[in-house]
Design a protein around this ligand. Structure first.
Ligand code: ADP
Length: 356
């Protein structure tokens, strides 16, 4: 039951999520929905005249069309279809029972329906605006935090050099830890900035040709230095040159490796397997950690999504890494997916075409 509720809430959030769409798309969507619903209802009423009360039908049509349009397009399309639905249903459905209800009564009813339509459109717009402002705030805050942090990191570097020279090992240890945490903070901020760039379509790629195997070796050895106690085993070779943004692809692979490390016990190994195929490369990152339950295996690629197992534990994170990674891989027509059976660990597969 709890599982069902959890899944329901996840889909509910997706429904509320509002993307900025072009004006043309927003208005065309509302007009198409209006025409579809209206013709459907009109036909139904002609075939089965006594099936449903005309006033109920008008109200139903208005709610359906206005909710869909304002959800998709905000205030403008919502108001447009409110007016359209009001006028059309006054001229068609509501006039059917003319001797029973006078024209004035129908007019008042249309007026009440239209107020309802305006109200629904307004609420949708308010929700969109609140979400938009929140996104902008996150992007701005991340940007503002990044600047002083860069200065702090600069001074940490200077201090490290001084302390190393003076031989004060204990203080050097402290400052190293501060550096690690500052780096972590910077990564989190960069993730937030990347997400807002993806959202507004300003995530830029700089394509170059590079040797895929060397990139993997470099990233693995970096991770090996940071996590010296971990055993990271690399096997296979792709022997492929790839055309992509090396920095961005490196970001994806680093994310897969750091996740494998974060979500598995310290004494367990991480296995990285490379395989070349005619049209590209396959990379598999396997860990023996907490695993990911099947119902959540797709959801973890959505932004801010963290598995329930993770939320129960104390592993830190914002739930953005896999979202950013999947967007990058999607840009290159590649695939990123996971296989995991319960608590026996997970394997993430990355497939990349050569792109040239
Ligand atoms: P973060 O790790 O910051 O939470 P990610 O987007 O990288 O964000 O991952 C999203 C979620 O997917 C994680 O919170 C975790 O629940 C789950 N996850 C990712 N990688 C693994 C893994 N190797 N093993 C188990 N769970 C994982």
């Amino acid at each position: 039951m709890e599982e069902l509720w959890f899944r329901f809430k996840f889909h509910l959030v997706k429904l509320a999520y509002f993307r900025k769409r072009t004006r043309f798309k927003r208005y065309s969507f509302s007009i198409v929905v209006f025409l579809l619903v209206f013709s459907l209802f009109y036909l139904t009423l002609n075939i089965y005249p006594n099936l449903i009360h005309v006033q109920a039908l008008s109200l139903f049509m208005l709610i359906l069309v206005v909710t869909a349009s304002s959800w998709y397009g905000g205030l403008g399309p919502g108001v447009l279809v409110t007016v359209l639905t009001g006028i059309i249903s006054y001229l068609t459905f509501l006039r059917v029972d003319l001797p029973l209800h006078s024209g004035f009564e129908d007019f008042i009813l249309t007026f009440i329906y239209m107020i309802l339509g305006f109200f629904v459109s307004l609420i949708s717009e308010a929700r969109y605006e609140a979400e938009f402002q929140k996104d902008q705030f996150v992007a701005l805050a991340a940007h503002e935090i990044k600047n002083p942090l860069a200065v702090i990191k600069g001074y940490i570097g200077l201090l490290q050099k001084k302390l190393k020279k003076s031989g004060k090992n204990k203080s050097f240890g402290y400052i190293r830890e501060i550096d690690v945490q500052a780096e972590r903070l910077l990564e989190l901020i960069n993730d937030l900035l990347d997400v807002s760039r993806i959202e507004i379509g300003r995530f830029l790629y700089k394509d170059e040709l590079f040797d895929f195997d060397s990139l993997i070796r470099k990233i693995v050895s970096n991770q090996q230095i940071i996590n010296s106690k971990r055993e990271i085993i690399v096997s296979g070779k792709t022997r492929k040159i790839i055309k992509a943004d090396g920095y961005r692809l490196g970001q994806v692979i680093t994310n897969l490796l750091t996740n494998a490390i974060k979500y598995s016990p310290e004494q367990s190994p991480i296995k990285v397997r490379l395989k070349g195929k005619r049209e590209g490369v396959i990379l598999a990152v396997k860990d023996y950690g907490i695993g990911i339950p099947r119902p959540e295996q797709k959801a973890i690629f959505k932004h801010f999504y963290r598995s329930r197992r993770t939320q129960q534990g104390r592993v830190e994170g914002l739930g953005l890494g896999l979202f950013i990674s999947s967007q990058i891989i999607k840009h290159y027509n590649g695939k990123l997916h996971v296989k995991s059976n319960g608590g026996k660990g997970s394997t993430f597969y990355l497939e990349m075409p050569k792109n040239y």
